[in-house]
Design a protein around this ligand. Sequence first.
Ligand code: PLP
Length: 376
Amino acid sequence: MSAGMIPIAEPDLKGNEERYLLECLRSGWISSQGKFVTNFEKGFAEYIGTKHAAALSSGTAALHLALAAVGVGAGDEVILPTLTMLACANVVHYLGATPVLADSEEETWNLDPDDLERKITPRTKAIMVVHLYGHPAKMDRIMEVAERHHLPVVEDCAESHGAKVHTRMTGSIGTIGAFSLYSNKIITTGEGGMVTTNDATLDQKMKWMRNQCYDPPKRKLLIHNGIGYNYRMTSLQAAVGLAQLERSEELVAHHRKVAQEYDRLLAPVPGITRPPELPWARNVYWMYTPRIDAAKFGMTRDAVVESLGKQQIDSRSSFRPIHLQPPYPSLGGPGSFPVAERLGEEGINLPSGNVTTLDHVHRVVNALVEMRKSLA
Ligand SMILES: *Cc1c(COP(=O)(O)O)cnc(C)c1O
């Protein structure tokens, strides 16, 4: 990235990250053994409000292990929204199960509870809900549907650290919460993931599976009682994570402050719809993602991304729905999920990371306003 470029999202590592990392290095405990990983898990569970947490190597590993733990296997179906990152469908595929896509609803951009219910079949084994861009899905309705059909719910919280449904954190509402700690997420360990749950049996199972299913876990006898994975997190990552966790509410507050400034300045601009925050929700605005209505704004979203780029402002299009991605042609063609397709065409991620300043926000909004003027 060139020097003058306004980045879309960068980590803020100015707390105790360096201190804890040095402490970890000097202790010699750099693998997944030792106090940093267990302390990070304990602190993470406390923050989210669950009894247990297990640290992992990525958010994708977290989703994969969560689905494996609730028993998803060959021939099963998992229902998930089409508007999300491709990893969500891939983990279903890894297990030999079939991703069954559902449309999104406009109010939160997330899994439509009515379409979810329509997609349930006797083969449905689990529901995966995603809290996209930091706004929680309609969990009250989704949990009601899931409980009526006795289905476990995996919450993809990769973009929703600290987001709330009423007073409860995302990741504490469904059966298992799956977090990513990749470097552009709200809190990070560089690469990393975490699963949260109140179910001690599921927690034990995931901790067993992440470590090659060693049994007993002390490994002296080198017996594996199953086919597991190496999805362990290192102490080095956990040391960084502990420092990030200390500042999680501060980082969430920063994202909300940036969003508030965008909201205020974009309110009068025709053709731009600001991202939602429903009365029962705390949106953490992982990425500030408004919609560009091409007819009213005068330019398509793609043209806006390109024009911002020429002005040294980094932005992205919102996710391309899974059913329009090359690996999954069988999951539905164009027109099958109209709401998700529109959100995928109109959404734009504006710079809104942990180091985005209000001055950056002003420059981005000015660029958008000037773009419209030059069309008039
Ligand atoms: C980032 C992300 C993931 C994947 O997390 P990794 O840590 O990159 O494996 C999964 N789902 C969503 C919605 C994400 O944003």
